[in-house]
Write a protein that binds this ligand. Structure first.
Ligand code: NI
Length: 139
């Protein structure tokens, strides 16, 4: 059966679970499982959407991270230098004593943009990555 329910065990930081529970309760989910199923569907849709980014694109990547995470700032800098041709500009804001916000303006090939976004997302200590892209207007 395709839709047979499978049981999985997941370990999460307590603070993450508390935030998740608070959201699903506000949104009226009947159970945590229903909220998690919805979150996984959203994640899959997002990944499939990302996989379809092809051709010339303009866009932004926004990042939030804790700059105290060991090695993280160096890793971000390393990746951004690797994507010099794609990154047009970056804006960095120091949010508070621990947190940084970065806006990366991009222009380039969709596949390259996706690669950049995935590399940043995979870094330990990066709390948030949001990619948006637009197709340049046809002349
Ligand atoms: Ni900062």
């Amino acid at each position: 059966m395709d839709n047979e329910l499978m049981r999985i065990g997941v370990s999460l930081p307590e603070s993450l679970l508390e935030r998740f529970d608070s959201i699903i309760s506000k949104r009226g989910y009947s159970s945590r499982s229903e909220g998690i199923r919805d979150a996984i569907r959203w994640y899959i849709r997002y990944y499939e959407w990302m996989s379809n980014i092809k051709g010339e694109r303009f866009g932004t990547i926004t990042l939030a991270y804790n700059h105290h995470q060991r090695g993280l700032v160096d890793q971000i800098t390393e990746i951004e230098h690797e994507f010099i041709g794609t990154i047009q500009s970056t804006l960095h804001l120091h949010v508070d004593a621990d947190n940084c916000f970065e806006l990366v303006v991009i222009h380039g090939e969709g596949e390259r943009i996706r690669e950049l976004s995935e590399k940043l997302t995979a870094l330990k200590g990066v709390k948030h990555v949001k990619l948006t892209t637009i197709v340049p207007e046809e002349k």
